[in-house]
Design a protein. Structure first.
Length: 537
């Protein structure tokens, strides 16, 4: 391998907290050469993202402190301590970054075209016409051909996977020398995940670009990386060539990561269990085009005439490519989006119920949103976030009893209860995901829509959460709608399966039957993409 393009040595990062300094990164050293892919792996909170943000000098100074001996050498310059004026010439031009949570990284007030064009205006001084042409090229490059006619769309109008690909397009806009990808495929379905990984590999080979990939998905690591650095509690505990590390891991922590993954089958359930939630002829259409008089002339049919029945103690898996309408269906059933059709919850028709009428039912209807950072209030502590529902729906609880319930909810998702006094920005992406799950579980609801609940979690925690959800379902007979692109997790959870494409149901029925013998070509392609991704690893 050639001389290092970027060299990190003796990097330590401390955060100022109320209890003193907390060391998030502890004496980390590694190199990345031109054209090389290095993977940082480890569980949530191990220091992976903090290391990456140090490279970009994006940590919240002065709360974050680097040690004086730390060096991040890039083109002969030590970037540690460099000011914003210098770093602005580097960020987005020579070093690109795909952030873990696209909804919070994208500006909600700017259109997709404006956000991707901005880096072209700033670094390449392109004109509007040239920038628009490049934006279209980038969207095609990342598999968003359907967005080239919707350049005026805003981030909230896109699915999680579409937002992730917009982030990737922005990061690639100026053909950077090194690309930092923080969980770049977290919100992507398996078919697009395969496309994005192939795209990143192609760009790396074509441009000689180096790639620092941060992920909890070891399948991706084995497929993509030349070298792996395993992090635990801020330290690199093992560093080796990918093939050697996977063949013969040395550290016990590395062995645990390689062996951890969700497994098993859905819990046993009664086929004729009571119906908890039923949706009939559900339609959710959004206006796409209007004429000069403001009349809608074209609609986006996000959910188009779908029937769904959720039974007590059972899980319905909902799968499909990004933008297929999975999340929209879930939000419509909860009356968080306006839907046409009939929605019945525990025998009550809630199709046209007012928000006031729905409030008493919210205790039994919960949701885990896809983007944990966007759904957690930055102004509330974890204790306040989890306790908010208890305060509204369980007025019989004293403050001490409510705090005890918050502690129990955090323990359920393997979080330290002492962290309940901290705020969302002080946690990693995977930890925030667990907080979101704890909030939904705190009230012991009867029905939960789980929208990609394990997407930001490392494999060991994924397995824990799947086991936890199955145990709670068995004990409390909770009904789940489980939306996910990770078919391994869906297989471990679902009793029934719905396959969606372009707002319609392509195939539905018993999860076991569909996994064993899919009937529709689209379902076969979806399953083949997942298996192919694993096979190629």
């Amino acid at each position: 391998m050639s001389e290092p393009l970027i060299s990190i040595s003796n990097l330590c990062v401390d955060f100022k907290t109320q209890k003193g300094l907390f060391r998030a990164v502890d004496d980390v050293s590694f190199d990345i050469s031109k054209g090389e892919t290095v993977a940082l792996v480890g569980e949530s909170g191990s220091g992976k993202s903090v290391t990456a943000l140090s490279v970009m000098q994006l940590l919240p100074y002065p709360r974050a402190i680097h040690n004086p001996e730390a060096k991040i050498m890039f083109e002969g310059e030590n970037m540690v301590g460099k000011g914003d004026s210098y770093m602005r010439t580097i960020r987005g031009m020579q070093v690109g970054m795909i952030f873990q949570e696209p909804l919070t990284a994208l500006n909600p007030l700017h259109t997709i075209e404006k956000q991707i064009s901005e880096v072209l205006f700033l670094h390449q001084k392109m004109g509007k016409a040239q920038a628009k042409e490049r934006v279209t090229e980038l969207l095609n490059l990342v598999g968003l051909e359907n967005l080239t006619t919707r350049l005026d769309a805003y981030p909230h109008q896109l699915s999680g996977g579409q937002r992730q690909r917009v982030m990737i397009a922005m990061a690639l806009a100026n053909d950077p020398e090194i690309l930092i990808a923080d969980e770049p495929t977290t919100a992507l379905d398996v078919t697009v995940q395969a496309q994005i990984l192939e795209l990143l590999n192609d760009l790396k080979d074509r441009l000689g670009m180096a790639l620092l990939i941060i992920t909890h998905d070891l399948t991706i690591v084995e497929k993509m990386a030349d070298k792996v650095c395993v992090m635990q509690h801020g330290k690199i505990v093992e560093q080796n060539k990918t093939k050697d590390l996977f063949k013969k891991p040395q550290h016990e922590y590395t062995k645990m990561l390689l062996n951890a993954q969700p497994s098993g089958d859905a819990i046993k359930a009664e086929a004729d269990a009571p119906v908890i939630m039923q949706g009939t002829n559900i339609k959710i259409h959004f206006p796409k085009k209007k004429d000069i008089f403001g009349k809608v002339t074209e609609w986006v049919k996000a959910v188009d005439d779908i029937n769904i029945t959720a039974r007590e103690g059972q899980t319905i898996g909902v799968v499909g490519e990004s933008g297929s309408g999975k999340t929209t269906l879930g939000l419509g059933l909860l009356r968080l989006l306006k839907a046409d059709g009939t929605i019945v919850f525990e025998g009550n028709d809630i199709s046209s119920a007012s928000q006031k009428e729905l409030l008493p039912l919210r205790e039994d209807m919960q949701v885990v949103f896809q983007d944990p950072f966007g759904s957690l209030s930055p102004r509330l502590s974890v204790a306040q976030i989890i306790g908010e529902g208890l305060e509204i729906h369980r007025k019989d609880l004293s403050p001490a009893e409510r705090d005890a319930e918050v502690v129990r909810a955090l323990q359920d998702v393997d979080m330290d209860p002492e962290t309940r006094h901290r705020y969302p920005h002080e946690f990693s992406g995977g930890q925030r995901q667990r907080i979101s799950i704890a909030r939904a579980l705190a009230l012991r609801p009867k029905f939960i829509v789980l929208d990609e609940p394990t997407s930001a979690l490392d494999l060991s925690v994924q397995a824990q959460i799947v086991d936890l959800l199955r145990a709670l379902q068995k004990e409390y007979k909770i009904s789940y709608i489980f939306i996910s692109h990770d078919l391994r997790v869906v297989k471990a959870m679902a009793h029934d399966l719905i396959v969606m494409k372009d707002g319609k149901v392509v195939e539905s029925g018993s999860a076991k039957d569909i996994f064993d013998n899919p009937q529709e070509e689209y379902t076969k392609a979806l399953l083949a993409a997942a298996l192919d991704l694993k096979a190629r690893a």
